[in-house]
Each structure stands twice: as C-alpha cells, then as structure tokens.
Design a protein around this ligand. Sequence first.
Ligand code: HEC
Length: 252
Amino acid sequence: MTTWRLRDLTLPGRLGVTCLLLVIAGGLWASMEHLEDHHENRDSKPGVSLNDLKGAYHGVWLPPALESALNRNHPESLPEADKTNLLKWLKSKSPNELYDEPVLGAEAPAEILARNCVSCHGRKSTDPSKIGETMPLEFWDDVKKVVFPTVIDPVPTKILVASAHAHLLAMATLVIAVLALLFASRWSAAIKGWVTFVMCVGLLGDFSAQWLARGSVEYVYVLIASGGLYVASSGLALFLVALELWMPRGAD
Ligand code: HEC
C-alpha cells in the first residue's frame, strides 16, 4: 500500500514546507529567549535561576545574604559576640536606623563591619579575592544590599489567565499542525505515537504546573521538566519532518 507522504510533494512544495519548519523552529527559539528575558531578573542575579521560576509561579522568600553568610560561619574570624549582635540587628525592625546608632558604641553594626569585614570587603582591600570590588561593605549604601530578604511575589492570577488565554489555544493549534506534518511522513506508527504522547503530555504538564505551583512549589520542577519535554519533542518532530522532506524516497 502506498500512502501519500510529504516526500511526494514537488520540489517547490518541499522547499515551501521547509521554510515553514524554519519559521516554527524560529518561533520556538524566540519563545525560549523571551522566557529568559521575562524571568531572569526576579532574584536580581543574571540568568534564569530556579528561584526566578519558583518566585514567578509560587513566590519566594530568600534570607538576607548577610544572614546566610553568618549562618555558614562566614567569616570564620568573626567573634561570637559580634555575630550574635549582627544577627540580632538583622531581625530588628529598622536595620537602617540602627546601622550606625551612636548609643551602641563599638557594638554598632557599622563598627562591627569595619572591624571584621572591610579588610576584605573594602574598595581598597588588598585581599586577593577582590571581593571588595564586587561586594564592598563600607557604607550603608553598600550594606543595605545584603541586609534585606529577597521577596518575589508570584505572577498575579489575572496575568496568568491572560497568558493562558493567549498561549493555550495558539500552542495547541501549533501542536496539531506539527503533528499533521509528522503524520504525513514515513516514520513508523510507534515513533509518531511516542512523539505525539511526549509533546502533548509536556504541554498539558507545563500549563497545569503553572497553576498547581501556586499551591505547592514542587510543581515548579514538573513545569521545568514538562516544558523541556515539550520543546525537545517539538524539535524532534520538526527534525523528522525535515528528514522526510529531503531523504531519498526509499522503497515502500
Ligand atoms: C578574609 C576575607 C573576608 C572577610 C574578613 C570577610 N569576607 Fe565576606 N566574603 C569574602 C569572599 C572571598 C567572599 C566570596 C566567596 C564566598 O561567598 O565565600 C565573601 C562573601 C560574602 C558574602 C556573600 C555570601 C553569599 O552567600 O552570597 C557576604 C554577605 C559577606 N561576605 C559578608 C561578610 C561580612 C558581614 C563580613 C564581616 C563580618 C565578611 N564578609 C568578612 C571574603 C571575606
């Protein structure tokens, strides 16, 4: 039995479909780039981190960098009393006012930092780590960057609905189109079936996890895994269709 396949198209026809494949691949690439621009700066570190995604879909609270540093015993040279005072200061209501409070004398955070930290975290420090250039701790303007927690609020429900409204229908339609091309190819029913399965499960998993992650943050991993499966299987489908178009017809 011979069934019609994409390879049976005329040369212009096959060139046309190839252009379409490139457009779809370009669209997938642009979506990934957009994803990066859209999410990368939530935790004010470059690149999309797990915290950026957890923040967007669930919300994240990260302790102040100074608190994490003290809790991992950084710097080891810090006397226990100074450490206790710094931790107490971080928990206070107004760290900015207490920072160089004269009443505190040598216990004032500014004094503790000057004694224990500026030798490395100073702009003129000669410490080989050069940490003083990237993270100076000399003035309140430097220090205020490490004393407050990072709070990332999840995307508002309204925006998630707006995004779902635009994306679900467009992406489902795209999947139908890509699968239609794949089904008009020479590949076995098993390959077609598995690619269809992974693409569709990936898409459903990604969109469901966007909602489920609001309740439990673990779903962010489901979101990443399903998004990855969706993109990988779409890429594979496009590749299989390209092979179909340009590989010799073969015997059938
Ligand atoms: C001997 C040099 C040295 C001293 C003294 C020192 N630091 Fe650091 N600090 C570093 C270096 C190097 C890094 C970067 C590598 C790292 O994170 O361990 C760093 C990193 C940090 C970070 C970022 C850690 C993170 O988890 O992002 C904070 C906050 C910090 N220091 C605070 C302090 C404070 C507060 C003091 C004084 C109580 C202090 N440091 C004293 C060298 C020093």
